[in-house]
Design a protein around this ligand. Structure first.
Ligand SMILES: Nc1ncnc2c1ncn2[C@@H]1O[C@H](COP(=O)(O)OP(=O)(O)OP(=O)(O)O)[C@@H](O)[C@H]1O
Ligand SMILES: [Mg+2]
Length: 309
């Protein structure tokens, strides 16, 4: 099986079946095929239990696949395991760091594991990038939860991998730190690192990633450019704020308007079929005095809900 050199991650018909405590089969991944272009940034989204971590843990070499092929940076994960593993850094969902080490020791140890010579290590540079420089010599057990998360990212960076995979790196992290983490990730991407990231913060995924793959019950249900996919939904919401309104005229009800309170009505509409001025004209026809309007655009969250419903 050959892969395309333009893809840093290529997954072909990947399957994973677990066995639970009672030896029952749990199919976590069903025939997953996914390509991540060199230098791109893909959000892997899906509800709890969809199979995201299973996929990532297979790429990390923590979980064994049942069948299928995986290529990292052009290297077959089984046949060229060493080269594949040198090309990838994985930040798992669970925190795995020794509490009795310092961040500096943690990174030095990890670099040693990858066989990086002392003179070639970039420990302090990584800690600086992730704003952990001040804590370089502190015990990991004395770091805050958010700092530990950043140390997990730092750990995945010691061998300057071409591909970085992050499993919910911003879970439980406060807003400003989340922004910082996303900025770090974005900066790495700008330097050419290919990123695959999972998150439940859809707004952030939409703002920062170009591409998305949504996985549901172990299957990829949609994959492509976020902007293009969101545009395809063809649904927006127009809200009209008016002077006091007793009843919603039946003519407006019939075309889909709903009344929320005495000052607010709204309609879900298809931009491909209706224009705003056409809808406003309908409202004005009934002598309703329009004070303000707002339009809610379709978002990745709408796409996600539609697909995983
Ligand atoms: N070691 C395991 N043994 C048996 N079943 C497992 C094991 N790990 C995961 N599963 C099952 O595989 C399915 C996928 O789980 P996975 O952890 O990949 O989901 P996820 O998409 O990462 O969810 P979350 O958003 O909650 O992190 C679930 O049904 C889960 O219970
Ligand atoms: Mg998970």
């Amino acid at each position: 099986m050959k892969c395309n050199k333009n893809n840093d991650i290529e997954i072909i018909k990947l399957n994973k079946t677990y066995f639970d405590d009672k030896k029952n089969k749990v199919t976590a991944l069903k025939n997953i095929s996914l390509k991540v272009k060199k230098g791109s940034m893909l959000a892997l989204l899906g509800p709890n239990g969809a199979g995201k971590s299973t996929l990532i843990n297979i790429l990390a070499g923590i979980v064994n696949k049942t069948s299928g092929d995986v290529f990292i940076n052009g290297n077959n994960f089984e046949l060229e395991e060493r080269a594949a593993k040198q090309s990838i850094g994985v930040v798992p969902q669970e925190l795995v760091i020794d509490p009795y080490f310092t961040p500096k020791e943690t990174l030095e140890f990890q670099a040693g594991y990858y066989g990086i010579k002392k003179s070639n290590r970039i420990t302090m540079q990584i800690l600086r990038n992730l704003k952990l420089e001040d804590k370089a010599e502190a015990y990991v057990r004395h770091l805050s939860g958010g700092m530990k998360r950043r140390l997990m990212i730092a750990k995945a960076m010691v061998h300057s991998p071409q591909v970085l995979i992050l499993d919910e790196p911003t879970a439980g992290v406060d807003v400003s730190l989340r922004e910082l983490l996303w900025q770090n990730i974005k900066d790495l991407n700008k330097k050419g690192v290919t990123i695959l990231i999972t998150t439940h913060y859809l707004e952030e995924a939409e703002a920062l990633c170009e591409d998305v793959a949504i996985i549901n019950k172990g299957e990829i249900v949609i994959n492509g450019n976020i902007k293009k996919l969101v545009k395809k939904i063809d649904k927006k919401i127009l809200k009209v704020y008016s002077e006091k309104l007793k009843n919603l005229p039946s003519g407006l009800k019939n075309i889909g308007f709903k009344k929320h309170n005495s000052n607010e009505i709204s309609i879900d509409y298809k931009p491909s079929r209706n224009s705003i001025d056409e809808l406003i004209n309908e409202v004005v026809k009934y002598n309703i005095k329009v004070k303000d309007i707002s339009i809610k655009d379709t978002t990745l969250e709408d796409l996600f809900k539609e697909i995983t419903r």
